[in-house]
Write a protein that binds this ligand. Structure first.
Ligand SMILES: *Cc1c(COP(=O)(O)O)cnc(C)c1O
Length: 374
């Protein structure tokens, strides 16, 4: 193994996704100080582009320093206080993690569960809100990467808001690949990641907080346990004027300068392509992959599959680890293993961002056919 110059791979797993040269070049820009006016202008531009990609006007929209899990922790530690009751929808690994994170923030978590591969009907969430009138929020994963299930969100906020609760969404594997309208869908707080459908290296977690979430922040009785992820301090750095009536930017932690360049470039690529065209490209790649896999006799596990993550049952008699190893060694293709209860039972093929192409689809189909034939 050459540890100095690793081979390039064709990344078709659950993330990271392939990173375009433009983004890698941006990453190599000159490192600036985190209060340099040049850098602050780049940060402002990045946050504005994030608002466009998230389809929100929320002023408090910025990239948390850390991967998607940092975004999850940021939202939980700011919006949950010890003693709160919350509802979390669990349909796979990431819903389960959200439950764990909210419990660590001191919440009593009421779970709405669905079998792996299924999504949760909105009526079941309405029932949970009726049963638990003190619930302050509903947390749900839009794209459950562990099962490939695509959770419908449109219309859900109305049900949640009617009970005085907030809607919190994990959009790590949907932002930039699936339709996602933060304002139109009434989402109150959302987090995502850079290395899935935005095709940027891992390292930042875009988050956005709406008005209800800000009101919840203001009503907190005590500070969030997490200093690093405390949004009331972070916003004094990330937003010019602190988002609340003026004042200079205040140092909180050293922003990951070069990662911001990369995210800015990745978002520029998304906006140049156009959100609708990008979503259509992901849909077309998924349909082409699905048709090919089903021709080979392979079966999708979720009933409502994501376009960005294709979770298929490992065919009987096939060698799980051996097949993935051959794809990697002979073709340079990475696909994902099953996660959680799907370990050993599923393969996960990602079509995310830069990787959602006809070329990649046909390549993985041919490579998989060849390996399975042996
Ligand atoms: C990948 C992922 C995460 C975690 O993101 P990291 O970048 O690995 O921290 C959270 N939620 C979902 C749905 C994911 O797919």
């Amino acid at each position: 193994m050459n540890t100095q110059f690793p081979h390039e791979r064709i990344l078709m797993g659950p993330g990271p996704s392939p990173v375009p040269q433009r983004v890698l070049r941006a990453l190599a820009g000159p490192t600036l100080g985190h209060l340099d006016p040049q850098y602050l202008a780049i940060m402002d531009e990045t946050c504005e582009m994030l608002r466009q990609v998230m389809q929100t006007r929320n002023p408090l929209t910025f990239p948390v320093s850390g991967t998607g899990m940092a975004g999850m922790e940021c939202i939980a530690s700011n919006l949950v206080e010890p003693g709160d009751e919350v509802i979390v929808c669990v349909q796979g690994v990431f819903g389960g993690r959200m439950k764990d994170v909210m419990e660590r923030c001191g919440a009593t978590v009421h779970v709405v569960e669905a079998p792996w591969g299924e999504t949760i009907p909105h009526e079941r969430i309405a029932e949970a809100l009726d049963r638990n009138p003190r619930a302050t929020l509903v947390g749900i994963v839009h794209a459950e990467t562990s099962t490939g299930a695509h959770q419908p969100l449109e219309g859900l906020a109305g049900i949640v808001h009617a009970k005085g609760a907030m809607l919190v969404v994990d959009a790590v594997t949907s932002l930039g690949g699936h339709e996602l309208r933060v304002d139109d869908w009434g989402i109150d707080a959302i987090y995502s990641g850079t290395q899935k459908c935005l095709s940027c290296p891992p390292g930042l977690s875009p988050v956005s907080f709406g008005e209800r979430a800000l009101a919840r922040l203001d009503a907190r009785k005590r500070k969030p346990q997490s200093w690093y992820l405390d949004v009331t301090m972070l916003r004094k750095y990330y937003l010019s004027g602190g988002g609340a009536g003026g004042g200079a930017r205040v140092y909180h932690h050293t922003a990951p300068i070069n990662m911001t360049y990369a995210l800015r470039e990745a978002l520029a690529i998304v906006l140049e392509e156009g959100l609708d065209a990008r979503i259509a490209r992901h849909a077309a790649a998924h349909q082409r992959l699905r048709a090919g896999l089903e021709r080979m006799g392979l079966r999708y596990i979720p009933s409502r599959s994501l376009h960005t993550l294709n979770c298929i049952a490992i065919p009987e008699g096939a060698d799980d680890a051996g097949t993935r190893r051959r794809l990697l060694e002979e073709y340079g293709i990475e696909i994902g293993a099953g996660l959680g209860v799907m370990a050993g039972k599923a393969w996960r093929i990602g079509l995310m961002g830069h990787g959602a192409t006809v070329r990649n689809v046909d390549l993985v189909l041919a490579a998989l056919a060849s390996v399975l034939a042996r």
